[in-house]
Ligand binder design. Structure first.
Ligand SMILES: Nc1ncnc2c1ncn2[C@@H]1O[C@H](COP(=O)(O)OP(=O)(O)OP(=O)(O)O)[C@@H](O)[C@H]1O
Ligand SMILES: [Mg+2]
Length: 277
């Protein structure tokens, strides 16, 4: 094979389909499209993330990354004909709380914490939603002193300890530095004991030290707890350092996927980033 043919084969492999069949993936989707009026935010995407993988999704602003995560976790209903799979089960018609109770956790680009509540209340409320899929009744439930509340509390305390949030447990969220708030969001995403975590720019706006801490916690969750991680991240240095595979989105579609070094060396990927980031 000539050098040119080798390069063509490598480039073609970056453009091929899902890593594992979506139906057998920890989290996967097929034919996923989402339009908002005249905008096609996600355009016929197929994904297959294997159990225990750490995958990053990158792409310029407006590429459709958050919209795709919102479809995977059931926050958005995609256009007809789109299929989503979670741990081998088709969950296309299942609501967000069903997916959350069946192993899918997520963090938010914009955090969406209860800012006037303390750290413990934020995580406890999410935990209580597992039994009552409605925030209001979850809050009431939290106040009623049921037997399972003690068990929930013990579990939540373990999470806070694991993420080194114990000292902040009674601190109002809005007063905490962004790095700690992002960790509270991560704690909330762990409250329902997920197997798969979707992370939407969990390191955005963080200082170097805060990023380092976040990477340390995610590495522990991946290596010690075996969590499958799907992470939207703009920092290519972080992406290359931590992820086993990388998926590049542009204009709603996937334009490349594969090992980070191969993907970042790809001329098409370089072109997408030139002048954009
Ligand atoms: N709720 C919505 N209503 C209308 N348009 C939307 C909505 N959500 C997203 N869009 C549009 O869909 C496209 C993709 O947006 P999305 O937020 O998924 O991009 P992104 O890749 O996450 O970008 P960023 O890196 O800036 O977070 C954009 O054109 C955006 O304006
Ligand atoms: Mg986004």
């Amino acid at each position: 094979m000539s050098a040119d043919q080798g390069a063509e084969t490598r480039a073609a492999s970056l453009r091929s389909g899902a890593h594992v069949p979506p139906e057998e993936a920890a989290i996967g989707c097929r034919n996923v499209t989402k339009t908002f009026g005249s905008i096609t935010a996600v355009d016929d995407v197929e994904l297959g993330i294997a159990d225990g993988e750490w995958v990053s999704i990158v792409g310029p602003n407006g590429a459709g990354k958050t919209t795709l995560l919102n479809i995977l976790n059931g926050f958005y209903t995609p256009d007809a004909g789109s299929d989503v799979y979670l741990n081998g089960e088709e969950v296309s018609g299942r609501p967000e709380h069903y997916r959350a109770r069946h192993g899918l956790g997520r963090t938010f680009q914009g955090l969406e914490l209860f800012e006037s509540e303390d750290v413990l209340e934020n995580v406890m409320t999410t935990r209580a939603v597992a039994e009552r899929p409605n925030v209001l009744s979850a809050m009431l439930y939290y106040g009623t002193g049921r037997k399972t509340e003690a068990e929930n509390m013990r579990f939540v305390e373990e999470i806070l300890d694991y993420l080194e949030l114990w000292e902040y447990r009674h601190t109002t969220v809005s007063t905490l530095p962004l790095g700690v708030q992002r960790r509270v969001d991560l704690a909330r995403s762990l409250a329902l004991e997920p197997d798969v975590l979707l992370l939407d720019e969990a390191m955005s706006g963080l200082t170097f030290d805060e990023k380092y801490d976040m990477i340390r916690f995610l590495t522990d969750l991946h290596e010690e707890e075996g969590l499958t991680l799907v992470m939207i991240e703009h920092d290519l240095e972080v992406v290359t350092a931590v992820s086993e595979r990388m998926i590049v989105m542009q204009k709603g579609g996937v334009i490349a996927r594969g090992p980070p070094e191969a993907v970042t060396d790809d001329p098409e990927v370089a072109r997408v980033y030139t002048g954009v980031e």
